[in-house]
Ligand binder design. Structure first.
Ligand code: PLP
Length: 401
């Protein structure tokens, strides 16, 4: 019962211009349930201490919860070992870490990194930076008219210089579930490794990194009902073991001297400095909360709302929907002749929060031939009434503009 679920989210109890807030921007960040907020308050009220150092009770409690959180994340994504779970600030930092350690250490001039045309900038720019540093090249994998990776084009792009393939699990603008299994199979057959940007995928698909066979998989906690500032890099143990560290500092070292330094074992080697302890514990709390719902039912509910929106928007004059497919959790659209930002302002005045802009995906906007879109994205707490409110607000905006 989504209406009941929504009562667990304090932020959703607000009104804007005397109208209940309808939050349709969960692909940007989800709202947080009370239990996750309580976890953060409890941590700072009772256990706050630095982890893996000191000998008092609080540090022992904080360390134990912090490492327990790592176990929960490993279990959630099917990782074989907690050593494969590296805490980061989010998906962006995790992708930069892979680029600046694995890629910077292995790429040679002329090597190629294949990157999807519809990627978020977080999965394009780190590869461009490391390509510049190493003399490698970033090559675009084109998409089909349905905003899916073009697998036959991908097959043609592979050559003996291909070293890395970086693609999203689910595309943030259109909600397209990408054929990552086929990408992994093709890439491995060519001896390339695969980096999956799971920022959207982690929320809407059940994941087992072990059976999927991805070499790296990254995501952010804040799109999964957890706070911002905590994220995860999953990496295959053998790859992480041979990768050099990224940032230097406390905790990532075994012994430091002016004649040389030795580094910690995994996962500490990639976790320099004081980590986001409360964030990690709150992410585990969010995952446990999320797992108390049936995944298939939750997703069916979300897909139903997106489909309801699709059908209703399709009836409206001047509305153009971009790349939507059944089973998506987001819907991007434009209103012909109306700037997306103007439309979003009118929707905001009616209590509807959705995203307007290029969604950090300039190349995809170019491919779609638009400057930006309006994007409504759905989560576990949205209801059919939210969709009705959106549709009548869009109708009103069209009338006014
Ligand atoms: N990749 C995708 C597909 C995203 O949707 C986002 C955020 O919207 C990111 C990467 C970046 O995530 P973060 O800003 O949490 O690091």
């Amino acid at each position: 019962d989504a209406r009941h679920v929504a009562t667990q989210f304090p932020a959703l109890k607000q009104s804007i211009n005397q109208q209940r807030l309808v939050y349709l921007d969960s692909a940007a960040t989800t709202q947080k349930p009370q239990c996750v907020i309580d976890t953060i308050t409890r941590y700072y009220s009772r256990h706050n201490a630095n982890v893996h150092r000191g000998s008092h009770r609080l540090t022992a409690q904080a360390t134990s919860e912090f490492e327990q959180a790592r176990k929960i994340v490993a279990g959630f994504i099917g990782a074989a070992s907690t050593k494969e779970i590296i805490w980061t600030r989010g998906a962006t930092e995790a992708l930069n870490l892979i680029a600046q350690t694995y890629a910077r250490n292995t790429l040679k001039p002329g090597d190629e990194i294949l990157v999807g045309e519809m990627e978020h900038h977080a999965n394009i720019v780190p590869w461009q930076i490391v390509a510049e540093q190493t003399g490698a090249r970033v090559v675009k994998i084109p998409m089909t008219a349905e905003c899916r990776l073009d697998l036959s084009a991908l097959r043609r792009l592979f050559n003996h210089n291909t070293k890395i393939v970086a693609v999203a699990h689910i595309t943030n603008v259109t909600g397209t579930r990408q054929p990552i299994e086929a990408v992994i199979q093709q890439a491995h057959a060519q001896g390339a490794i695969v980096v999956i940007d799971g920022a959207q995928g982690i929320v809407h698909d059940q994941l087992n990194v072990d059976t999927l066979g991805a070499d790296f998989y990254v995501f952010s906690g804040h799109k999964l009902y957890a706070p911002a500032g905590i994220g995860v890099l999953y990496g295959r143990l053998d790859l992480l073991t041979t990768m050099p560290p990224w940032q230097g500092g406390g905790k990532m070292v075994e012994k430091v001297s002016f004649s040389g330094t030795t580094f910690s074992q995994l996962p500490g080697k990639f976790e320099a400095g004081t980590p986001n302890v409360a964030g990690a514990i709150a992410l585990a709390s969010a995952i446990s909360w999320y797992q108390s719902f049936d995944h298939i039912q939750t997703q069916a509910h979300i897909h139903h709302l997106a489909e309801q929106t699709y059908k209703a928007l399709s009836q409206l004059p001047d509305v153009r929907i971009l790349g939507y497919q059944k089973g998506a959790s987001v819907i991007s659209f434009i209103i012909d002749g109306v700037h997306h930002q103007d439309a979003a302002t009118l929707l905001d005045q009616q209590g509807i929060a959705l995203r307007a802009g290029n969604h950090c995906a300039h190349p995809l906007m170019d491919a779609l031939g638009v400057k930006g879109t309006l994007r409504a994205s759905f989560a576990i707490y949205n209801t059919s009434e939210d969709v009705d409110r959106l549709i009548s607000a869009v109708e009103k905006a069209i009338d006014m503009l």
